[in-house]
Design a binder for this molecule. Structure first.
Ligand code: SF4
Ligand code: SF4
Length: 293
């Protein structure tokens, strides 16, 4: 089964929830657990899980290369490129690799077969182990705007057995946890699509509620079941709780703002390592998800 952890708003504690949930699940020797950090613009789960990285690979997208000998400057490539990554003048084709999404349309439509493709690195993907947890993360190169291709590569690492389980049921002992980027844009959708369940992490503030509502709309469109974890539940107001109640959204877990947790977080120590009662809370969170799906 695949569980993703997302949040409309950044800074709500999404990675904290993902990391603590995977650590609690990994305590059960019968469970095989995989963790994917898809927050490729700012991957930070490794700070808490401290994996031993065993392999690293470059992630590339194909960008066009023009053969001036064959090109007749017809302009078809610029016409089909919806990302404005190609401009054609009277006697020159200009390619802007930083705008190219590697879709291949220009190569396909060039009538003179004057376009070949060359790989352009946009980031790296790493694999390793954090105890019994299989760990994979990706990191987008500085200045690269496109996270989805690297997220797709990370998700290709989901073991086949983990999709709908070995016995073809969604609920199984093979669990992939995905730490999605914050927000509601393309990288989030790429990260959470195909999930069996999504946990939305929010905080009890007007911003938290506003962005939660946006995230809920996305999940409803994707038809993925979801529930909410309320972090720092002892600050702010009760509007998130009221919103969840009114809309029949399960409130899976509430975590108070706690100095002990904050100090441990600043030192890269997960909550379950300093307060064993949280291990049980995260296992109960998982059991609630299992009951729902
Ligand atoms: S479509 Fe092909 S031939 Fe036409 S301008 Fe582009 S590269 Fe040149
Ligand atoms: S590969 Fe796609 S995005 Fe890149 S230049 Fe060609 S048409 Fe444009």
């Amino acid at each position: 089964m695949i569980i993703s952890v997302a949040s409309g708003k950044g800074g709500t504690g999404k990675t904290t929830i993902a990391v603590n949930l995977v650590l609690a699940l990994a305590k059960d020797k019968e469970k095989n657990v995989q963790f994917l950090d898809c927050d490729v613009e700012e991957p930070n789960a490794h700070i808490f899980l401290k994996p031993i990285i065993t392999s690293s690979e470059s992630v590339e997208i194909p960008v066009p290369k023009i053969d001036d000998e064959k090109c007749n400057y017809c302009g078809k490539c610029a016409e089909v490129c919806v990302f404005n990554a190609i401009a054609v003048t009277k006697n020159k084709v200009l390619v802007f690799p930083e705008l190219c999404h590697g879709c291949g349309a220009c190569t396909l439509f060039c009538p003179e077969k004057a376009i070949s493709e060359q790989g352009k690195e946009i980031g790296i993907l790493e694999e390793g182990k954090a105890g019994s947890i299989s760990f994979i993360d990706g990191c987008l190169n500085i200045g690269e705007p496109m996270a989805p291709p690297i997220i797709r590569e990370i998700k290709r690492k989901i073991k086949k057995d983990y999709v709908n389980g070995k016995d073809n049921s969604i609920i199984s002992n093979h669990i992939t946890l995905i730490d999605a980027p914050p927000g509601t844009s393309c990288p989030v959708i790429e990260s959470i699509k195909d999930s069996d369940y999504t946990i939305l992490v929010t905080e009890p503030t007007p911003f938290g509620l506003h962005d939660l509502i946006l995230a809920v709309e996305v999940l409803q469109k994707l038809k993925i079941p979801y529930g909410v974890v309320l972090n720092k539940c002892n600050i702010g107001d009760h509007k998130v709780e009221k919103y969840c109640k009114k809309n029949d959204i399960p409130l899976l877990l509430s975590i108070p703002l706690d100095k002990e947790i904050a100090v441990a977080y600043s030192q890269g120590i997960p909550i379950v390592k300093i307060n064993s009662s949280y291990e049980q809370k995260f296992i109960q969170l998982f059991q609630k998800i299992v009951q729902i799906i």
